[in-house]
Design a protein around this ligand. Structure first.
Ligand code: DGJ
Length: 726
């Protein structure tokens, strides 16, 4: 609910459990007055203290009122160059070369429903949303800044976006345009980021904010394996169930920066948006720029509640039809089974091995096209390699379908190998600066997706494939970071637009796919989880979580991922043991338990499984399908932290609390192990539950006294408890 106090120009955004407030003060400065647990309202600017602080300057119109300074007041969207020396939200340069932004409130608009963003992914919905638009203006440069707020009350979600319009007669260069700025008048916050590398993504890292700016970012052209565009600020003592925390995500798949600053007066500011490195948009008179959407959830009751609100909001209002509700297939992928070394007959043999095991989709991974026998060649030549697959997809797909499985295909549309027909014909289509040798990544170059003709060509090639055979799933991969970012289609003065235009180009093709093939299920991937972000989820309802398929490492990766992203987004497969990335030996049970907390599938040669393994797989796929709704749509509870606890446990609870699935994987084994109990969460304390079909255990007992853990026998054993209310 958005409450307006017109007279005092106070805007209060209430969600179910939180309140957010801003106010345009007497100088039309938009002050941020509150964000936290839900309160009744009023004008919280009364709580702001004014005091003269040395070297904190004063706007011209306040004369000698030295206690009024943009440097000390909490700002809703920080300006630059006019007295606030903390992180700016916006920077622009008119033709006079100045770099000032003095933003003053000019008006608002309020309506039911959710605002839309042109060409960018964004949360969607109808009457359950309210939108507030605040207009600000820099009078001298005639630049208008519109701040958009979407309020989804039930999910405690507040989305934000920013549109900048050049209303002047001069060209203006926009050098920074954050999506979100959040000032906190407190000094005791921890900053949590989700960091890692290829094959070890999104590991949480937590530290108290210290003086100065602490930031994570990506300059890779994608959101990256290294840092995720999702961060948390929280009380020092906040944990899963207690304490105030604020989660902030960027709905964007390119360069980003999340910067938190502890200021001279020991307050905090968070700014989230596109990284300013090599970002500069030229806005001619009348032109505008829209910054990607950001989304906030504040939870007064710890991380668990925050995550569950994000999960629900992403599932219900970001992932789109038909896959936000529809069950996704249990798949098998041939990558770790064959790598590049396969023929049609070999694939059919593997698919035969999967027959009768409950697998619903067969995915042919990298290596099916052009001269792609290794990762040194072929990218860009999207026609079937007829030596490997005689008769093409038209011949192979029916053979797979005859085994009772749908057919899915891997593709890496953004890339080109120098050893390819496409590159020989259009070397200038790859990103690169004339006169400079290009940097290779995985021996490949990046196509300039900021260019329409490049995208049209690639999309045409994709259409040919999709129209020529019955393909129900596409794995969209992306296996290197952007470098040599320069586009032949733009003049020197506009090269700062290429990074962002590239991302818009990716979104353009994904949107075309959605328009022309609405039933096609697309799984995003970038060497695993290198582009695991809400921007991609808008187009690809699931994303391959990591190239690391080891169940034990995955416990950590999936744990970190779960702070923001729902289980239904997490691409996760059972692969062979010893694992191909780290040599670890784990049981089929443990691998299944971990993989089914995701989209679930197998990535191994199922024709080589023993009879016992086949029976286990059959049980796993049947179990997963039976509890699909609970796992994918249920509420997710983290029961322990795999980075510190001797075991990892998590729980899916149905929204009515009558059903739950508890999964647990033990750590390294130990003799004389301590007696341990696992305290469950989210149950109805008054109900009695059967555990794996037996007994009648009260919910309060399971939550307060806990359930005894099995004695460890061997490393990384797993256990699942299915609870149903009597
Ligand atoms: C990286 C992906 O993450 C893998 O699953 C696989 O598709 C390879 N690329 C293929 O090159």
């Amino acid at each position: 609910m958005i409450v307006l106090d017109k007279e005092n120009r106070v805007f209060t955004l209430h969600t179910q459990n939180t309140t957010y407030q801003m106010k345009a003060d007497r100088h039309s400065i938009l002050l941020h007055t509150y964000y936290g647990p839900r309160i009744s309202g009023g004008d919280l600017s009364d709580l702001i203290q004014y005091a003269d602080r040395g070297f904190s300057p004063n706007p011209n119109e306040v004369g000698d009122a030295r206690d009024y300074s943009l440097d000390t007041l909490p700002q809703e969207y920080s300006s630059c160059g006019v007295g606030d020396f903390r992180i700016p939200s916006i920077e622009f340069e008119p033709e006079d070369g100045s770099r000032l932004a003095d933003l003053r409130y000019t008006g608002y608009e309020l309506y039911r429903g959710k605002y839309c963003l042109e060409d960018l992914p964004a949360f969607w919905g109808g009457e359950e949303w309210e939108t507030l638009v605040i207009r600000m203006r820099d009078t001298a440069a005639k630049m208008v800044v519109e701040l958009y707020y979407g309020v989804l009350e039930e999910r405690d979600l507040i989305t934000r976006a920013v549109r900048v319009v050049n209303q002047g007669a001069e060209t203006v260069r926009l050098q920074r345009c954050a999506s979100l700025c959040l000032d906190f008048q407190r000094d005791d916050l921890d900053f949590i980021t989700f960091d890692g590398c290829h094959t070890m993504e999104r590991c949480p890292s937590r530290a108290p904010l210290r003086p100065g700016i602490q930031s994570v970012n990506s300059l890779r052209g994608t959101s990256s394996h290294h840092h995720n565009p999702f961060v948390i600020l929280c009380d020092r003592e906040a944990n899963e169930d207690y304490g105030l925390c604020y989660g902030a995500m960027l709905v964007y798949s390119g360069n980003f920066q999340a910067a938190a600053e502890r200021t001279q007066l020991e307050n905090n500011r968070l700014v989230l948006g596109i990284d300013p490195y090599n970002f500069c948009f030229t806005l001619a008179p009348g032109e505008s720029f829209t910054a990607p959407e950001a989304a906030l959830v504040c939870s007064p009751r710890g991380f668990g509640q925050m995550s569950r609100q994000f999960h629900r909001a992403l599932r219900e209002h970001l992932i789109r039809d038909p896959y936000h509700g529809k069950r996704r297939p249990v798949l098998m992928n041939n990558w770790e089974a064959t790598y590049f070394d396969f023929t049609a007959d070999r694939l059919v043999e593997i698919a035969k091995g999967a027959q009768g095991l409950g697998i619903e989709l067969f995915v042919m991974d990298d290596g099916w096209f052009g001269s792609r026998d290794t990762d040194l060649s072929g990218l860009g030549d999207w026609s079937v390699n007829l030596n490997k697959l005689p008769g093409g997809l038209e011949a192979l797909v029916p053979r797979i379908q005859a085994l009772g499985m749908g057919f899915g295909l891997w593709i890496e549309p953004e890339m080109v190998s120098e050893n390819s027909l496409l590159y020989r014909e259009h070397p200038d289509w790859a990103l690169g600066v004339p006169g400079r040798p290009q940097t290779r990544g995985r021996s490949q170059l990046v196509l300039d997706f900021s260019r329409r003709e490049v995208r049209d060509y690639i999309y045409g090639a994709m259409q040919k494939i999709l129209d020529g055979a019955s393909i129900s799933y596409l794995k969209w991969d992306m296996n290197r970071s952007l470098s040599d970012v320069w586009s032949a289609s733009l003049p020197a003065s506009r090269q700062g637009e290429v990074y962002h235009r590239y991302v818009l180009g990716v979104y353009d093709i994904l949107e075309r796919l959605r328009r022309d093939y609405p039933e096609l299920l697309i799984e995003g991937c970038s060497g695993g989880g290198g582009r695991f972000d809400a921007g991609m989820l808008y187009y690809t309802p699931q994303i391959w979580c990591s190239d690391n398929t080891d169940a034990v490492d995955r416990l950590r990766i999936q744990y970190g991922t779960s702070f923001c992203y729902p289980v239904s987004a997490v691409g996760s497969h059972v692969s062979v043991s010893p694992n191909e990335q780290n040599g670890r030996v784990t049981s089929m049970e443990t691998r299944g338990t971990v993989a089914m907390s995701g989209t679930f599938g197998y990535e191994m040669d199922l024709s080589k499984c023993t009879q016992e393994e086949r029976e286990t797989i059959k049980r796993q796929t049947a179990f997963f399908k039976e509890h699909y709704g609970l796992i994918q749509q249920g509420d997710y509870y983290r029961l322990s932290d795999p980075f510190t606890a001797p075991f990892t446990a998590w729980e899916h609870v149905s929204p009515d609390g009558r059903e739950a699935l508890v999964s647990l994987v033990t750590g390294p084994t130990q003799a004389a192990a301590p007696f341990r109990r696992l305290r469950l969460k989210g149950l109805d304390p008054k109900l009695k539950y059967q555990v794996n079909g037996e007994g009648a255990c009260p919910g309060d007992v399971l939550m307060e006294a806990g359930w005894p853990l099995p004695m460890p026998w061997g490393d990384h054993q797993s256990m699942q408890l299915y609870l149903s209310a009597l």
